[in-house]
Write a protein that binds this ligand. Sequence first.
Ligand code: CMP
Length: 131
Amino acid sequence: MIKPDGVENGHIGAILNHISQAGFRIIAMKYTRLTPETAGQFYAIHKERPFYQDLVSYMSSGPIVAAILEKENAVEEFRSLIGATDPSKAAPGTIRNLYAKSIEANAVHGSDSNENAAIEGSFFFSMLERF
Ligand code: CMP
């Protein structure tokens, strides 16, 4: 997902280019917006964390781009492409190092396991929208 700051700051094209240059295939993609309810559901796993309410409010503050990406070993490869959650700790050349501003407005989200990738993909897309 490209988060509200990535969209707001005009980085959609650069981020998608970065992703496709790294060899990911886009299986499905959607420009949309989360409500506080749907953002809360998406991040339900973090419900007990102190930053949850801020995260939900931030993630519903503007449009986002959701995508399903395909590549061998995609979860691990994508996480190394985007860099650390905190952009000040993200390695040079990673998406968060290049485009993110803070730990909350960190430009992109990537699934942390194959299981969560399936859950998160289904959250945004039905089978009919994939190919
Ligand atoms: P993301 O990979 O989308 O998963 C959960 C998000 O919570 C994370 O990126 C951050 O944007 C956000 N977040 C905000 N504060 C923190 C924090 N202190 N530690 C981890 N994640 C945080």
